[in-house]
Design a protein around this ligand. Structure first.
Ligand SMILES: Nc1ncnc2c1ncn2[C@@H]1O[C@H](COP(=O)(O)OP(=O)(O)OP(=O)(O)O)[C@@H](O)[C@H]1O
Ligand SMILES: [Mg+2]
Length: 229
């Protein structure tokens, strides 16, 4: 392992069992151990249903493991809902498959959402400045006053990326962020994620796309809830 890479998050022996509406148990993750290091972009690959989104959910503290432990910066994550909510907001940026922007809201407000919910209170002008900076870095500064519903899919994906970055998180978790995009827009979103990782963050990206995976520093392949050797 490269010594320059510090482990920023790890999961050890993690399993996840979902209970379905009919009382059936589905083992979505089975004894998974995985590390994310500062400065890297890791691809999560594998067939549909193999557990990629579940693993992202556990890394991002939106799901709790049925077994096993999650450590952030070497410390076990608390089980307190409040602590987890604060960590979610401050430590992670999330980019979802469908961009999940709020269509009826202006672009700048969409981007500012994590700041509105942060522990720290932001003065309005400071919030606007943070939004302006991240929007400029992603080339969407001209769209800030538009409604999100007026944007193209690629522009919405940039808004989602801006929202994931605005709070200056340590880890960005991206679930199929390029699946709705054409290949050149997809390429530019991936290049941004690679640059973000290499600027000292960590990025974990679930993808089916070999081209996207090819640009990651390393890839982890999953099958039936387990990481393949
Ligand atoms: N909320 C849930 N309740 C019950 N089962 C679930 C739930 N979420 C996921 N599953 C099941 O857990 C398994 C893993 O799902 P997951 O969404 O993690 O897969 P994935 O690798 O992300 O798939 P895809 O590539 O299709 O997005 C699947 O069998 C799925 O049906
Ligand atoms: Mg998924």
């Amino acid at each position: 392992m490269n010594k320059d890479y510090e482990v920023i998050e790890s999961v050890k022996g993690v399993s996840k069992i979902y209970q379905t509406g009919h009382g059936e148990n589905i083992k979505a993750l089975d004894n998974v151990s995985f590390e994310v290091r500062k400065g890297e972009i890791v691809g999560l690959m594998g067939p549909s249903g193999c557990g990629k989104s579940t693993l992202l959910g556990i890394l991002g503290l939106t799901k709790k493991p049925s077994e096993g432990q999650v450590k952030i910066a070497g410390e076990l994550v608390s089980s307190s809902a409040n602590e987890r909510a604060l960590l979610r907001n401050e430590f992670f940026g999330y980019v979802m498959q469908d961009a999940s922007v709020i269509e009826d809201m202006k672009v700048w407000k969409n981007i500012a959402l994590p700041l509105e919910y942060a522990r720290k209170r932001y003065h309005f002008d400071v919030m606007r400045e943070c939004v302006a900076q991240v929007a400029a870095s992603l080339g969407i500064e001209e769209s800030l006053e538009r409604k999100a519903s007026e944007l193209s899919g690629g522009q919405k994906q940039r808004v989602a990326l801006a929202r994931a970055l605005v709070g200056n998180p340590h880890v960005i978790l991206a679930d199929e962020p390029t699946s709705a995009l054409d290949s050149s827009t997809s390429q530019s979103v991936v290049e941004m994620l690679v640059d973000i990782a290499h600027s000292g963050k960590a990025v974990v990206i679930a993808t089916h796309d070999e081209k996207v995976a090819g640009q990651c520093d390393r890839c982890v392949y999953m099958r039936d809830g387990a990481i393949q050797a």
